[in-house]
Ligand binder design. Sequence first.
Ligand code: 0X9
Ligand code: ZN
Length: 451
Amino acid sequence: MARTNALLAAAFSSILLAGSSWAGEDRPISFDGSKGSVIEPAAPAPAPSPGELESQGAHYWVVIEAQDRAARNAAADAGLSLEEFAAGKVGGTINAQGVRNLRSKGIKIIKQVDLDSFGPEQFPKPDEAYHDYKEVLAELDGIVASAPGVASRVKMGSSLNGLELAGLRFNTTASGSRKSSKPGIVFLGTHHAREHLSTETPLLLAKWIADNRAKPEVASLLATRDIWFFPLVNPDGAEFDHASGKYKMHRKNMRKNDNGTTGVDLNRNYGFGWGGGGASTDPGSDTYRGPSAFSEPESQAVKRFAEAHPNLKILLSYHTFSELILYPWGHLDEDISDARALAAYKAMAAKMAGWTGYTPQKSSDLYIASGDTCDWAWGERGIFAFTFELTPSSMWGGGFYPGAGVIASTVEKNIRPALYLIDLADDPYRAATQSVAAQAVPSTPSVARTQ
Ligand code: 0X9
Ligand code: ZN
């Protein structure tokens, strides 16, 4: 992929969150203080010029003061896409109207950096290990060709611009769209355009499964499960984000909104709790929910896919970044009402956190957001649904653009959780009551791309 490397450490060195551990009433993640404190304390935010503010395209990284969950929710309601969490502060992306909303709510902006001001010199190297859209298709074809009788190419639908929502299915008795009664699980990547590592992870996990299909523990899962991977739910946005050779920090799909702005946040567009908190009505916001639930072909495709496969028991949606494992609810403060399911969710999240080092928590403990994939999957379909926020843990570590060096290690640490969930797909409730067989993972898994 002809795009630039992610040495954003340099680009962002002046805008990062202070390195200290979380001190609030809740403690979503720890922060690696060794990376250094890079926010000067409480300097007044430079006011954007009126021209900047009125520009439709104005797009900022901001760091705001947020001592607790209520403050994070207020920021989410203002249109901030919350991405990084540290003691008393949150970092994220926002448009000009959102900045005005923050100010009118009295939320203190510690830092504000115009994302459009980053020049090519801040993205110095090609980052070609990542797969672009065509390379994703080629990689999927290569995996399928390498595992005859086990893997098949599938299509969930088409994006707004007509790109294929392509995927791969592992099923030894049903290929393509044929029905299967085996317990099902689906792995989704890249609802958000700039989160390119969330394409690589499911794609290369699928490759790892194909490459290791003869191992007894993998073979037994392949024989008894219906396993789906769709690594690129938002291909239009992902292509736009990298195609010019300079990352655009674009989050949404490529919908042309009535007011001239671009994009609906696909992870605010699902129809369970749609229109609630933490989702914006401003088309220019990074968290714009869209004009109606499931207004977008990409979220519609996921909906139709889930409806067409009632055997699906588990869904995992990969995002970046912050190294978290999130489970419902996202749109409500409350726990899900099914106590047995909640125990299973917690057991699964804790187990997978142990393997990855990611922090497990209820989504809304981080911040309220409505219309996300997982609330719909759980609330409407009863599918156990997780959001993984992958590496890195901070903007300092590369944020959305951590470079090619993290791909193999991220895939490697996600193999065991993926196999664990595949195993549990027959009865996720047993996570809380039975010890689930630990899946053997070789110490040096092969996760390299071939296409
Ligand atoms: O905000 C999102 O859509 C997800 N995070 S990301 O930075 N990748 O965009 C997390 C959604 C989880 N849901 C809630 N926090 N409610
Ligand atoms: Zn995301």
